[in-house]
Write a new protein. Structure first.
Length: 151
């Protein structure tokens, strides 16, 4: 049985976690990067680069598309975001600031259901112990058919 989706920190806290990690790694938090991060957090982080560009540019038209792509690349390098492919073509970026992320993905309708880490925590610990692996973060995707499509 999966646990209910875990509660995320308030948006401002998530933005600050991402911003602090970025600057701690020696990168400058430019106004453009801040707007991109705020938009990612506001959308919940399940967004394509093109969708993100549309939303960012509605708020701040001067932010260039390449700045958005480079910021996504930087956040990915720092382990703060990760591209996932859900069978829909373009990568969707998810936030990894909390260290883990879990999905059930419907192979028919591509619905994504997030679930709490408590269902996978034991598996991660077992694998880490078995292989002498130090886990920094993880993404768990389980593909199948959702309740609505199964009928």
């Amino acid at each position: 049985m999966f646990c209910a989706a875990h509660e995320r920190p308030p948006m401002t806290s998530q933005v600050e976690i991402l911003a602090d990690t970025l600057t701690a790694a020696g990168h400058i938090l430019t106004p453009s990067r801040r707007i991109i991060i705020e938009t990612l957090v506001r959308t919940g982080g399940h967004i394509t680069a093109d969708e993100l560009a549309v939303q960012v540019r509605q708020e701040s038209p001067r932010v260039g598309r390449m700045t958005i792509y480079r910021t996504l690349e930087l956040l990915t390098e720092l382990g703060l975001a990760r591209p996932i492919f859900q069978g829909t073509g373009a990568a969707h970026y998810i936030l990894m600031a909390e260290g883990d992320h879990h999905h059930l993905i419907c192979s028919r309708c591509h619905r994504v259901i997030e679930f709490d880490h408590c269902a996978s925590g034991d598996l991660v610990e077992i694998l880490a112990s078995k292989f002498g692996f130090s886990v920094q973060n993880h993404l768990l995707e389980i593909h199948g058919i959702c309740r609505e499509c199964h009928v």
